[in-house]
Design a protein around this ligand. Structure first.
Ligand code: ZN
Length: 241
């Protein structure tokens, strides 16, 4: 067993026993890692609020090869993203990219780029003063691209013909031309926005929120990663998208 120290983002947490919690972290060098935080539910726990979902922390943990749940020793907050948590809307929308990061991350696999993309997105959302919905779409697209699930947006995913203007979209891979079958129609504006979201690596493009695009991304991510994105469904229900 070795003691390691790393920056990490808290992706999720569940109570474990009367006094402890199991948190899932994303680490640059270790990817997704489940950790037992002993005593984290006690009132005077040394973990304090450090293990809240979304937090960027410095974690000290004890690593043992082959173990499903590692042991957390200490955690201190590097950034609690107060600007996200203070806004109900930002907070709600941030749960979708966070779940995407959870799904695309692998255990014990170097994930520097994924980690950077997630942290960059959270820092951007913290300062963002426009639509959190559009921002969530951008974060999700960027995480998917980083993880190798980039949608095809320039040529038809089936026949390779260039696609422009109104087109179709197939959740198995991206845009479709008029001659090939997609799962839904894509308006010229939706196609433009998708291209803007995918093409802008450094910052969220200033697009207007579009519930249809949010739903398209949920369906695309769901099919690509073979999972139902509960966070996105909850957002759609709560905010009536
Ligand atoms: Zn085609």
């Amino acid at each position: 067993m070795s003691q390691e120290r790393s920056e990490a983002v808290v992706l999720r947490g569940v109570d474990f026993s009367e006094t402890s919690r199991i948190v899932t972290l994303l680490l640059p060098a270790r990817g997704r890692m489940a950790c037992l935080a002993k005593g984290a539910r006690r009132k005077k726990s040394a973990f304090g609020g450090a293990l809240d979902t979304l937090n960027r922390i410095e974690a000290i943990y004890y690593w043992r090869d082959g173990r499903e749940v590692q042991q957390l020793g200490e955690a201190s907050i590097l950034d609690a993203y107060g600007g996200i948590k203070a806004s109900l809307e930002k907070s709600a929308f941030s749960s979708f990219p966070l779940e995407v990061a959870y799904r695309v991350a692998h255990e014990n696999e170097p994930s520097q780029e994924l980690f950077s993309t997630l942290v960059h997105g959270l820092e951007s959302l913290e300062r963002w003063d426009r639509s959190p919905q559009a921002h969530a779409c951008w974060q999700v697209v960027q995480l998917l691209i980083t993880a190798g699930f980039e949608p095809t947006l320039e040529v038809c995913v089936d026949c390779g013909r260039p696609v422009s203007g109104a087109a179709g979209f197939a959740y198995r891979g991206g845009v479709t031309c008029d001659g090939c079958a997609g799962d839904r129609r894509l308006t010229a504006r939706e196609l433009d926005d998708m291209r803007a979201l995918a093409g802008s690596r450094a910052s969220c493009p200033r697009i207007e929120p579009m519930p249809s695009l949010f739903k398209l991304l949920r369906a695309y991510a769901s099919q690509q990663l073979e999972t139902d994105f509960r966070s996105a469904r909850v957002i759609e229900e709560i905010l009536g998208l």
